[in-house]
Design a protein around this ligand. Structure first.
Ligand code: H2B
Length: 104
């Protein structure tokens, strides 16, 4: 799909610096959130809703006590674009709203 601006290494560094918890792994950004299983299921439903609206989707990996999100832009040849960082910020907001129940 046209219209995606592929970010330079310097731009990626700058974006990552403003997103605590996220790290770059090649041409993806990833974050692992400690969160209860059922709370994460609820978060995922909201993330899915939001993703459909903005037409940008993360890979989500749910485990017993954590949720891992991994993001890249498929339509830019699996490169990092501003849409990835926008989605990361939205996922941060959604997950933090569902982390109210602490892990034991
Ligand atoms: C047609 C549809 O908008 C595209 O396939 C969207 C859907 N969600 C997407 N999500 C991500 N992460 N990258 C994409 O390139 C992408 N493209």
């Amino acid at each position: 799909m046209a219209g995606f601006k592929v970010l330079s290494d310097a731009e990626i560094e700058q974006e990552i610096a403003a997103l605590p918890g996220w790290e770059r792994q090649g041409e993806t950004i990833v974050r692992t959130y400690p969160i209860r299983y059922h709370a994460a299921v609820a978060a995922i439903v909201t993330i899915a809703d939001r993703s459909r609206r903005i037409q940008h989707h993360a890979d989500l990996d749910l485990r017993m006590d954590h949720l891992r999100a991994s993001i890249t832009t498929h339509d830019a040849g699996h490169r990092l674009t501003p849409a990835d960082f926008d989605l990361a910020r939205r996922i941060d907001e959604i997950v933090s709203a569902h982390q109210a129940i602490p892990l034991d």
